[in-house]
Design a protein around this ligand. Structure first.
Ligand SMILES: [Mg+2]
Length: 185
């Protein structure tokens, strides 16, 4: 088999699972208006780095406002489309919108690892080369629960003692923002 053929058959096994609000775009709480989507500084550059490094990209967003009837799934999809445009139209392999209300039983809602586990199986990803990153501890915990890396942004809301312990133990890594993570991955 030629070297060229081997390369063309190489499948990508590493991935970044990205939270949306507070990670890619400014979170003003229950984001639902595409005209009010503003990318966080450095997010676009970070995505370019991930693509250059040949990571698959997944968007994984909790949107309890859907079941709480604050906005619709169509509103969320319009916001997703807007942030993707503002990021330079990167390709997201799959997008998960977890619509469960805040205190409803978790199916896909982070920290549930269900979506990540499904994607790892479907795309034959290597867990040791996959990262879940976000601005809430539930993002990082979803990653750990799926056996991939859990990454938290410094802007994370006050963390539980359990999360603080995981950070001290080095099981959750903390970065200043998405670009800082991309530059140090
Ligand atoms: Mg968030």
């Amino acid at each position: 088999m030629s070297h060229l053929l081997q390369n063309s058959q190489k499948s990508i096994t590493k991935a970044i699972f990205l939270d949306r609000d507070g990670t890619l775009n400014v979170d003003y709480n229950y984001v639902s208006d595409p005209d009010k989507i503003h990318p966080i500084d450095g997010a676009r550059e970070a995505i370019e780095i991930f693509i250059c490094q040949e990571f698959l990209l997944f968007l994984f967003t909790n949107q309890p406002g859907i079941e709480q009837k604050i906005y619709t799934k169509e509103d969320v999809e319009a916001c997703n489309q807007r942030i993707i445009e503002l990021l330079g139209n990167p390709h997201f392999t799959e997008i998960c919108i977890a619509s469960e209300a805040t205190h409803a039983p978790e199916h896909y809602r982070k920290p549930s690892p269900r979506f990540i586990n499904e994607m790892v199986d479907k795309y034959r990803l290597e867990r040791s080369k996959c990262y879940m990153i976000g601005d809430k501890e539930t993002d990082a915990l979803a990653g750990l629960n799926a056996g991939i890396h859990g990454i938290l942004l410094e802007s994370a809301y006050p963390q539980s003692p359990q999360c603080q312990q995981l950070i001290r133990e080095g099981k959750i890594l903390v970065f200043k923002n998405l670009l800082d993570f991309a530059q140090n991955i």
